[in-house]
Design a protein. Structure first.
Length: 384
């Protein structure tokens, strides 16, 4: 009887009074001790209120029901199809909605709805995966900021693939604790791709020069990243990512040796040759020209590069202990490159021109890094 009077009253009541009464009815449905017939009548009234022409009334209904797990499901499903002001609060909070329904919303509706889904108190791994696959960058940023989002590693990897060139998403990914190292390396490459497209860079360098500079920078960052690996599994994952993405090149292997990262070199050859780690490591400890040639052949590295790798391994055997004695890695790298270059002074440049150019770029980069480090130390001393 009370519900019947309510429905009769709302036909002529002012909008603001209807909104207040709607909110009161919804709270009564959720929290008052109604018997079964009263509950059914109240649900019928709530359903009728979905057709109220005033958005403020439907907004009041949405606000009252949005957080309750006991809200009538048909009403909730109708509210999420309403205008944004009505639908967004329900989409962002209602525990009545199923993941499958939220996934459909992410796929079919705009950024506002996607952001509402991403901001929910709990976002399941499956829903995060759907977001990572189809949502806009803005919504994915909301998801990354949400402590209740359960984002799996494969979803983080997909975000890096889709949005790694965007500074906001890239920085948010890099700030995550425990971000897998292969994803960090992927973001380095995406950053390089973004730099190549900058109008300032394009105005100063031609396409070939831009590609060379960016590749050198990415290779350097990758070797530095590999040096920070906390355990062997992490380095193995990075190397496998590099192999699958076609980045495990001879340039990178030579650079890793020059910088004293012999573990990366070993893991790379194990991945490329399918030989045991023990056999590859034996070549590092006691290199021979024949064995290095065999390893290069099995790994698909050009025979032209084998002498450089052999020279680098010989130099490492002689100089590797310097790292253990505390020599700065930049200084070690400079000595290594100078040693390798000296082995090729008698070679005609038309035979190994690109390799010599590569080694000379290494030497230049290392010298500049060393100079920057010295400058920073001098500034610290002066400041003290």
């Amino acid at each position: 009887m009370i519900v019947a009077k309510f429905l009769s009253w709302i036909e002529t009541a002012p909008v603001d009074r209807r909104a207040e009464a709607t909110s009161a009815l919804a709270r009564a449905y959720l929290y008052s001790p109604l018997d079964e017939s009263e509950k059914a009548a109240a649900e019928t009234a709530l359903t009728i209120l979905l057709d109220d022409p005033a958005p403020i009334v439907r907004e009041a209904l949405a606000q009252a029901l949005k957080q309750s797990p006991y809200a009538p499901r048909p009403v909730i499903l109708s509210l999420v199809q309403d205008i944004d002001a009505v639908a967004i609060p329900v989409i962002a909070r209602s525990p009545v909605l199923l993941d499958s329904e939220l996934v459909d919303m992410v796929a079919d509706r705009g950024t506002l709805v996607q952001c509402a889904v991403a901001s929910r108190p709990s976002v399941s791994p499956a829903l995060c995966a759907a977001m990572s696959e189809v949502a806009d960058a803005e919504a994915c940023c909301v998801m990354l900021e949400n402590p209740g989002a359960q984002i799996a590693v494969f979803s983080l990897r997909r975000l890096a693939e889709r949005f790694g060139q965007m500074p906001t998403v890239r920085n948010m990914l890099l700030s995550l604790d425990g971000l897998p190292i292969d994803i960090r390396q992927m973001l380095i490459v995406r950053l390089g791709d973004a730099l190549k497209q900058l109008s300032l860079v394009q105005s100063f360098f031609n396409s070939e020069r831009r590609s060379s500079l960016v590749k050198d920078a990415c290779d350097k960052a990758t070797v530095d990243l590999a040096s920070c690996c906390a355990h062997g599994d992490e380095l193995e994952a990075l190397v496998e990512h590099l192999r699958l993405s076609g980045q495990l090149t001879a340039d990178l292997l030579i650079r890793s040796l020059c910088m004293g990262n012999v573990e990366m070199f070993v893991m790379a050859l194990v991945s490329l040759t399918d030989l045991s780690e023990k056999r590859v490591r034996a070549c590092v400890v006691d290199p021979s020209e024949a064995l290095v040639n065999t390893l290069c052949k099995k790994s698909g590295i050009s025979s032209r590069v084998a002498p450089v790798i052999y020279s680098a391994l010989q130099a490492y055997v002689e100089l590797g202990s310097c790292l253990d004695e505390g020599m700065p890695r930049s200084r070690f790298g400079r000595i290594m490159v100078e040693r390798i270059l000296s082995d090729y002074n008698d070679f005609a440049e038309d035979e190994l021109d690109d390799l010599l150019a590569l080694l000379r770029r290494f030497a230049t980069q290392i010298a500049r890094d060393e100079a920057r480090a010295l400058s920073a130390r001098l500034k610290q001393v002066t400041a003290a």
